[in-house]
Design a protein around this ligand. Structure first.
Ligand SMILES: Nc1nc2c(ncn2[C@@H]2O[C@H](COP(=O)(O)OP(=O)(O)O)[C@@H](O)[C@H]2O)c(=O)[nH]1
Ligand SMILES: [Mg+2]
Length: 317
């Protein structure tokens, strides 16, 4: 419980803006009122404003109306308890930790659009894994943007890990190949692969990503064990669309093991729309595995739905 409490307090920091809009608002809204149709309509508007998304919002509101009709809920405050309960239930006990290789290095491939927070999130994953006692090697596969390799190297120096890199403008798949070979030869626990920003609609770049995956798989059986999409939480419904489309472009429909295996939701500290976590999960079923709450490698948390919902609806301090 102490762990949960400390998680909740870190999350509360990251979710302050969301709380300001979604929760504090919601608590003020319902205080002392009867839970009638008019109030339910207002709650609905607040959920949409918090980016919980139309689909989830409709499901929640429908259930709320049903329970009110059956007289299970009567007071405005009951609505908060109901929403907390329903949102926690939305996440079954699915695997939210990193998938691991049965033997040899576990390969984590990180993708997403430009500026989403990929490189920073790679540093965060690295810091988290190092703090758990794992050895980590990084691959600088963003050969496109000038300064991208250097940015990763600076974090790597601070975190005390090595980076495999190539030529600026070179083939990122070649870097991936070298990195996989180095990871296998050195017997590291994790290889984390940073990549260039791409849009899910840019076919050549999506093919390049598929090529990187293929190269990793040839060198290390089962790799990449994780394909994480980094999303900018401040992008709201755009983030949701990216999740859906990257997942599809990576072959989610072609069977288990394809598609995305998880989401790293960055910049949760900068958004009033933390409800997007709920919407993304409902739309894609891809688990949010990590959240980013700041600009340093320490600003990362494994995603914990119970703590998340608790923080979302916590009374302001
Ligand atoms: N506030 C905040 N800023 C972040 C977070 N993650 C990344 N950033 C910032 O977002 C910007 C882009 O990050 P970067 O990792 O270079 O994105 P990339 O282009 O996807 O590799 C940088 O200014 C980062 O410091 C986060 O969780 N919170
Ligand atoms: Mg980058």
């Amino acid at each position: 419980m102490a762990l949960l409490r400390s998680l909740v307090s870190t999350l509360k920091k990251g979710l302050q803006k969301t709380q300001a809009v979604l929760t504090m608002d919601l608590r003020d809204l319902v205080r002392g009122r009867v839970l009638d149709d008019a109030l339910i309509d207002e709650i609905r508007a607040r959920l949409l404003k918090g980016d919980v998304g139309p689909k989830t919002t409709d499901r929640l509101i429908e259930g709320l109306r049903r329970d009110v009709k059956e007289r299970k809920l009567t007071r405005g405050e009951d609505a908060i308890e109901y929403l907390k309960r329903e949102l926690s239930r939305q996440w079954p006990a699915e695997e939210r930790g990193l998938r691991r290789a049965a033997s040899g290095p576990t390969v984590v491939l990180v993708t997403g659009v430009n500026g989403a927070g990929k490189t920073t999130s790679v540093a965060k994953l690295c810091a988290l894994l190092r703090s758990q006692g794992h050895s980590v090697l990084l691959a600088a596969c963003d050969t496109f943007r000038a300064g991208a390799v250097r940015q990763l190297e600076i974090w790597a120096e601070r975190l005390g890990v090595s980076v495999v890199k190539g030529q600026q403008g070179g083939d990122p798949a070649a870097v991936a190949f070298d990195a996989a070979a180095a990871a296998a030869a050195r017997g590291v626990d994790f290889l984390v692969v940073d990549t260039a920003g791409r849009l899910q609609t840019q076919d050549p770049l999506m093919r390049q990503l598929a090529k990187i995956r293929g190269v990793l798989a040839r060198r290390i059986p089962g790799a990449p064990h994780e394909t994480l999409l980094v999303l900018d939480a401040t992008a709201g419904q755009n983030a949701l669309r990216q999740a859906e489309e990257f997942n599809k472009a990576l072959g989610a429909e072609s069977g288990p093991g394809a598609g995305l295996s998880g989401i790293f939701l960055a910049k949760l500290d900068g958004t009033a729309k933390g409800g997007i976590v709920v919407a993304i999960h409902e739309a894609t079923r891809v688990p949010v595995k990590f959240i980013g709450t700041g600009e340093t490698p320490e600003d990362v948390e494994p995603f914990d739905p119970a703590a998340f919902v608790e923080a979302l609806f916590a009374e302001p301090a």
